[in-house]
Design a protein around this ligand. Sequence first.
Ligand code: ADP
Ligand code: MG
Length: 348
Amino acid sequence: MSQINLGIIGGGQLGSMLSDAAKKLDIKTIIFCDDNDAPAQNFCDHFIFGKYDDKEKILEFIKKVDLITYEFENIPYATLNEMNKLKTVLPKPSINRLIQHRLAEKDFVNNLNIRTTRYALVDKITDIEPLNDFLPGILKTTTMGYDGKGQYVINKLDDLNSLNIDFSKSYILEKMVKLKKEISVIITRFGTNNYEIYDPIENIHEDQILKYSEIPANISKEINDQSKNWATMISEELKYIGTLCVEFFIDRNENLYVNEIAPRVHNSGHLTINAYNISQFENHVRAVCSLEKIPLKKLSNAKMLNLIGNEINQYRQNPRFEANEFFFDYLKKDIKAKRKMGHITKLK
Ligand code: ADP
Ligand code: MG
């Protein structure tokens, strides 16, 4: 087969790991990113710096690639759509547009008869007053949120006065779920009823940022089966191509809820690099590039620890690890609080 040039939009750690996986498959990667310091330029074959609405840069990118994928969902729909007219974009731009809007995403999930927590659109402060039933709740920006950014916990209506919320943006108010656990399911779909699915991963968040991910998840067989079933239904309904992650809540009564969908590879799946024969990244590249699908095999149980902010320092300074520990430094230029800087996966 002739050389494949895979375009990736976004140059963070997910772009790095996608590039690494592509390299193993002899596929060249071209990354387009609006951050000149993006860490993925250390891992890709070619890097293009440009804003996501810069028509010239977009054209330069398109000329260099055979097809395009992306590592994050907050890309303007117009950009993906324009690109898709000249080179195939996978997952399809319409999927990205649906999922990048929390209201459209939740409506889509509910229309499949899949449970989410209760939610309502909030465009202005007075929209919250009749929503007492939704409290305690979390107010989330409808678009552009990640790692808990753009989220406010509202216990009672009075809280609104002290929070200084910018109502030039729109929000959804979600009823707080009394969490017992959080899990995620990662699936890579190659075509109709043709997919590989990873076992549910148990996730622990601190300050709304993922801290630990572990397999196997300590969950009942019912939850195991239902979460995989719902993730499969979602990816089939979307006619999705590539790797997708569904985040779930389990409440204290053992009810399962979909929290959100990520139309991309996901932080909770980093452990698949070491714990499976094929990682979520390799599977994504295989699916979007129409390569062979290989049956998944779990090689080991595993636990991943995210290194956030200056937690990375001690490992950079003293990188001593056991044979079953794998350290990943994302090589980000600046250390910032709440920023994911690297991770460690420990096989068990
Ligand atoms: P992000 O897009 O930032 O990942 P999420 O909606 O996944 O946003 O929220 C981040 C975390 O905040 C969740 O993983 C969970 O720990 C907590 N959280 C968010 N929404 C709720 C909710 N409705 N009930 C309980 N916890 C929540
Ligand atoms: Mg999330």
